[in-house]
Design a protein around this ligand. Structure first.
Ligand SMILES: Cc1cc2nc3c(=O)[nH]c(=O)nc-3n(C[C@H](O)[C@H](O)[C@H](O)COP(=O)(O)OP(=O)(O)OC[C@H]3O[C@@H](n4cnc5c(N)ncnc54)[C@H](O)[C@@H]3O)c2cc1C
Length: 311
């Protein structure tokens, strides 16, 4: 079986940026990805990725993959279900019985994002998420709603949804909040929303009305139809921490992300680094690339020190 110097689980911007650095330094590096990353489904243009203006998610992934491969990184498709071992000798197992080995490991498995329920099902949102005017991340997408009549869909806590709406009031004055799950709102918070002209509604979504990839309205179970120019989701986001947990990587206090020991992405488990959305930071391509790059530099330096100590 081939032995790699580094295995990277996750071929999003974090994993691919890390692979580029390691391959450039002539490290034998393998990226294993199951092709479920959000960018593969994000057809809207991304405006905030430095050096890659107005590209779609698939275009960004294609360029990053090509660049890493051109320097010698190997990229394979696989769903890693098991991670074990310790520094110098890690083993990953895929769902089809594949097995991979390496001295060091970078986990860049990203996050799972909850969508609003539409008649009890989250799948209808896939048609619009990242494709037009259904937004999820204020750090990435808030500027998309400037001056637009916007509904914030509260798909988790009312405090989260109302906080998002208050933050978005910097971008548009035409805001409504629809609480679909937690419908109780702190009276002081409600007063604040009202003072900003933000209407608070409650209800459950029965159907999405759209044209192509453009969402036009929400049909509620009580028969109301809410039309808007843009929609912003407030929902929960969880790090894909299953492999990190198997290896004993510490989780953040909230237990939804893997916790690095430092900004360098090293963890409490020697030989295991983490990068990208998996870390408890914001979700953004440039941040994923940056944390992937830092982790890769640290991994390369670690391997170099090992070589020096052996020779
Ligand atoms: C709708 C939407 C719109 C967005 N718009 C923007 C934007 O405009 N600007 C911006 O900067 N950011 C945007 N983002 C956020 C951006 O996509 C993420 O921050 C970025 O992709 C994170 O990169 P990552 O490499 O950490 O993780 P990901 O891109 O999530 O990649 C993780 C990879 O790991 C793989 N994986 C996970 N577990 C396993 C496993 N067990 N085995 C094998 N492979 C595995 C997945 O297939 C995936 O490819 C958006 C996100 C969404 C959902």
């Amino acid at each position: 079986m081939e032995q790699y110097e580094t295995m990277i689980v996750g071929g999003g911007p974090a994993g691919l940026s890390a692979a580029l650095h390691l391959a450039w330094h002539n490290r034998k590096v393998l990226v294993i990805d199951r092709k479920t990353g959000p960018l593969l489904f994000t057809l809207e243009k991304l405006y905030n990725v430095p050096g890659l203006p107005e590209m779609s998610g698939p275009q960004i992934i294609k360029l990053l993959s090509q660049q890493a491969k051109a320097r010698g990184a190997e990229i394979t498709i696989g769903n890693v279900v098991e991670a074990s071992g310790s520094i110098g000798n890690f083993t990953l197992k895929g769902e089809k019985g594949e097995e991979w080995r390496a001295q060091t490991l970078l986990l860049a498995t990203g996050v799972a994002r909850y969508h609003p329920l539409v008649n009890g099902d989250f799948v209808p949102c896939f048609k619009y998420a990242g494709k037009g005017n259904l937004f999820y991340c204020p750090d990435c997408e808030a500027p998309e709603i400037v001056g637009k009549d916007t509904i914030v869909i509260g798909a988790a806590s009312s405090s989260g949804a109302s906080g998002l709406a208050l933050g978005l009031s910097r971008y548009t004055s035409k805001l409504r909040v629809l609480l679909t799950q937690d419908k109780e709102l702190d009276p002081q918070r409600k007063e604040k929303l009202v003072s900003k002209g933000i209407t608070v509604l409650t209800g459950e979504i029965e159907d999405l009305v759209g044209e192509g990839r453009h969402l036009k309205a929400l049909e509620l179970k009580d028969g109301t139809t809410l039309e808007a120019e843009a929609f912003f989701v407030s929902s929960r986001v969880f790090g894909r921490t299953d492999l990190a947990q198997q290896l004993g990587v510490e989780l953040a206090v909230t237990e939804v992300h893997a916790q690095p020991k430092s900004q360098r992405g090293d963890t409490n488990v020697p030989g295991v680094w983490i990068a990208g959305d998996l870390r408890p930071m914001t979700q953004q391509v440039a941040v994923a690339m940056g944390t992937g790059n830092i982790a890769a530099i640290m991994i390369d330096q670690h391997l170099r020190k090992e070589e020096i100590s052996k020779n």
